[in-house]
Write a protein that binds this ligand. Structure first.
Ligand SMILES: [Fe+2]
Length: 119
């Protein structure tokens, strides 16, 4: 499946990553991933975000290490919803890039990324 990306300010599928610009080596920090931050994505039985995954790619490397995955199960049945938003508490060994993937059941796989600097 093709992985798409775009400007999250104009494309509702792109996962937005909130993380500190710089963190201390060996210390945990929170990474929040949100789909539909600027323009909300539908959340219905027919059209919804199924899951978010978060990866870390060390600076200068090519391997993406999996940090976690959150599945969203409630899409309006009985007016119950899970919104596509998740927080991961992580520790990384050095600077690198956080990459998030989100899967829409209709529009496929989308990626967002942000750099994190370890000081
Ligand atoms: Fe969609």
């Amino acid at each position: 499946m093709e992985i798409k990306t775009a400007d999250w300010k104009t494309e509702k599928h792109v996962p937005v990553i909130h993380a500190p610009d710089s963190v201390r080596a060996g210390e945990p920090f929170d990474v929040e991933v949100v789909v539909g931050e600027q323009i909300s994505h539908p959340n219905t039985a027919d059209h919804h975000i199924k899951w978010i995954e978060l990866y870390f790619v060390p600076e200068g490397g090519t391997t993406a290490y999996a940090l976690g995955r959150v599945e969203f199960e409630a899409h309006g049945e009985m007016q119950i919803f899970t919104e596509p938003r998740a927080v991961f508490r992580v520790v990384v060994p050095g600077s690198g890039t956080l990459r998030a993937l989100a899967l829409c059941n209709i529009h496929g796989l989308w990626e967002g990324a942000t750099d994190v600097r370890v000081v």
